[in-house]
Ligand binder design. Sequence first.
Ligand code: ADP
Length: 497
Amino acid sequence: YSTAVALEEPIKPTVNVDHTKLFINGQFVDSASGKTFPTLDPRTGEVIAHIAEGDAEDINRAVAAARKAFDEGPWPRMTAYERSKILLRLADLIEKHNDQIAMLETWDTGKPYAQAAKIEVPMVVRLLRYYAGWADKIHGMTIPADGPYHVQTLHEPIGVAGQIIPWNFPLLIFSWKIGPALACGNTIVLKTAEQTPLSALYVANLLQEAGLPEGVLNIISGFGATAGASLCSHMDVDKLAFTGSTETGKTILELSAKSNLKPVTLELGGKSPFIVCEDADIDTAVEQAHLALFFNQGQCCCAGSRTYVHEKIYDEFLEKAKARSLKRVVGDPFKSGTEQGPQIDSKQFDKIMKYIRSGVDSGATLETGGEQFGKKGYYIKPTVFSNVKDDMLIAQDEIFGPVQSILKFKDLDEVVRRANSSRYGLAAGVFSQNIDTANTLARALRVGTVWINCFDRFDATIPFGGYKMSGQGREKGEYGLRNYLQVKAVVTPLKNP
Ligand code: ADP
């Protein structure tokens, strides 16, 4: 691993934290209670800034603003072309502020700066432009019903959308949420994750310049059990979209059911199989399996966290996977060349270390890593387990950290059965040079995305979401629009058919 020297003296980011308040009705405001909470630097555990803490009363204020902007405001009524232009201007502004936003993102999350600046913020821009393009292409049908009737469907915005996002890709998932909702003409109250409020607040400051009317997008920082739960229970919220843990997803569905049955989109956890067949290009598969798991410190819902390798190539794959992990550059995420920064916080750090101990205790072989990196902050050495069995906790639970589990398989039927035996069904990787093998696996796997000879290819145009306990609904692409539209049937008798 890279030296721990950089960890002793964290690199100082050259960006100011200018926005710490709640963003309601086009204004930065204090929370009703006056309370704040600290957002921490995962490199050190030290405070970056104190952030206004939203609570039920602030959610009420934000929902009232979003309600008014929907019921009375220009947003759902303006031409779709106007909405499209505003989204395009927002994309331009984010692009212009790319580096400052990326710096805040790295500071708040601990992810490598190059990843934030060169991959994630540009993906946010791309996604907003993609959905800007949809705004004036959303339309219903005319339907040849029985009888002398003119039947049409209108595709209308649902109303006020409540959106709750996690800390692993704060601004990227923010864009997945707001892009389609705004393109369809909805208004929004969005709650960021308590660990990572900064990047969304920076963007809040760009909304007015982009021309977004006040009240259309309200951003609340705060905690799940207070602000988050109030948003989910609110009777004036018409729709919920959530990305986060499966456990919290269940709570959110319950809160909707107990209040007004608002429809819910959920993007939840995963335990994605990464299947390496005997005819795979081994070096590519090793590299992709490594990235599939370790990307973003292993904090990806779709992480390839069960690496199934055919027995004929298992030993070679394992040696190479281990060597690759030993070469992984861990260090200050602001340092160029860093591949892996710290985990998000002490809670996640402790949880990951507990899973590592459980792996050892249950008899898996710890090939490398398995301990903290450096002494400060929440860094963990890239960890590889071999001899992992399906019934071990590390092969069943979502670890959400830099822990690769390598399992052995003999034939395709067996690996399909084992891959599908998970309660999750978010994604899978399939590595084979044989198109028939790859297609057979792609069809048999019960998951929302199959990547063949690649992994983590995310794109604004490609739908993403889960089978089973990995979620409900799809985000991104044309499918992502469905979450934010009501379908109204309009039936008119025809006088002279
Ligand atoms: P984690 O445990 O990794 O923080 P969560 O799924 O709990 O993952 O968090 C994702 C998002 O859900 C965060 O914005 C968090 O504040 C929010 N959240 C957590 N609990 C609740 C809840 N009971 N109701 C609504 N939102 C919640």
